[in-house]
Write a protein of this length. Structure first.
Length: 384
């Protein structure tokens, strides 16, 4: 296992508690998540799920699916597990029960997730995080080795659930139309109210096991010195890079070529297995990215503005959807369904950077991002 050589240092967190690598991972993850989400914010479901006709757009879709799909989402999830242990340490230092704080935090996260899913973006991950955070609670006391075993066990479950969902036939009406997302805000709200419940269920089943795997791995990392430069865990991760690349690169290329239309894959089981390959390929490549980002963070630090955005990733994540709504909605620029995958990649990058800059400025003035202030108030009460 990648961290097993660090098991004897499971409570020495001083070096990693304020590790700048965490902010770097969060910042880069925000960009990757925004690029992946942009087609689902700017296109109808039919357009987003179908191979683009133009070669440039197919190439852009291929690049996003191969390099970003699920990878940065898993890194983001990894840090949620890491943060769980940090919050536990803070509760111990304050002499209060962690269970109460953690429960209120999950409740606040769930509330924000519901509001985000209905008002901004049906593909919200906050509610999923709240549910997964509740499910990982019984495992919080496991030693790092057992946590990593739990993470590994979630991957075959993800494969089985993904394959099972792909085998379920579509309803008689097919995919519900989502063109209303490009109309007035009230029309877009009606579409989200209709689509959010089934989308939540799908996300729970498709992404839930991998989220739990990343939570468990992050919790294991937090209970060791993994994030510290030169740690035994990082040495193990570095040594595993050839194997991770051998697994991750071909599987992600296969998945991306299939979903983007860059390669013709026979219908039936070959196509099903090609799409399912992301559940194995994404965690492997995410671990490669983790290694590269940690090496990068050893050599450089983020500008203060981006560092503050990374620390306040909740506000930055939600603001991405808000900004995209103005770009694509009829109450804004009205570009819904008008931009191909290549243009969406550019817009996604601009939206991600704009959201981080705005949150970085606000955090500099307020001390924290607006949603972080709200979530802390829910978690800690008036003292937050």
């Amino acid at each position: 296992m990648l961290f097993e050589q660090t098991l004897n240092t499971s409570h020495t967190m001083a070096a990693s508690h304020r590790n700048g690598a965490v902010d770097t991972i969060r910042t880069l993850s925000l960009i990757g998540i925004c690029l992946v989400n942009m087609p689902f914010l700017g296109l109808s479901t039919e357009q987003a799920m179908s191979p683009p006709p133009a070669l440039l757009d197919r190439s852009a879709a291929f690049a996003v699916e191969a390099l970003f799909q699920m990878k940065f989402f898993l890194l983001f999830s990894f840090l949620f597990g890491w943060g769980m242990h940090i919050q536990d340490l803070a509760a111990q230092k304050a002499g209060v029960a962690f269970a109460g704080r953690y429960g209120r935090r999950l409740a606040g996260l769930a509330l924000l997730g519901i509001l985000h899913g209905v008002l901004v973006f049906t593909g919200d991950i906050l509610l999923l995080y709240a549910v997964a955070g509740l499910l990982i609670w019984p495992a919080r006391g496991l030693p790092p080795r057992r946590l990593l075993q739990l993470a590994a066990a979630m991957i075959p479950l993800a494969v089985v659930l993904t394959l099972a969902l792909l085998l379920i036939p579509a309803g008689p009406g097919g995919v519900p139309p989502t063109a209303g997302l490009g109309d007035s805000y009230s029309a877009a709200l009606a579409v989200r109210l209709r689509d959010w419940p089934p989308t939540v269920l799908m996300l729970m089943l498709l992404q839930g096991p991998l989220v739990l795997a990343a939570f468990a791995a992050g919790l294991a990392a937090a209970r060791t010195t993994f994030l510290t430069p030169g740690s035994a865990g990082r040495q193990r991760l570095a040594a595993a890079q050839p194997v991770l690349l051998a697994i991750g690169v071909p599987l992600n290329l296969l998945y991306a070529a299939t979903t983007s239309g860059m390669a013709a894959v026979a219908d039936g089981w070959p196509a099903l297995l090609a799409v399912t390959s992301i559940t194995l390929g994404a965690p492997a490549l995410a671990a490669v990215y983790l290694h590269l980002i940690l090496r990068l963070s050893d050599r450089m630090t983020l500008p203060p503005l981006l560092e503050r955005a990374g620390r306040n990733s909740l506000s930055a994540y939600v603001l991405q959807g808000v900004l995209a709504g103005f770009v694509f909605g009829g109450y804004g620029l009205g570009l819904f369904g008008q931009v191909g995958q290549a243009g969406l990649a550019v817009i996604g990058l601009l939206v991600a950077v704009a959201a981080m800059l705005i949150v970085g400025v606000l955090a500099g003035r307020l001390g924290r991002g607006p949603l972080e202030i709200l979530l802390r108030r829910i978690t800690y009460g008036a003292a937050g």
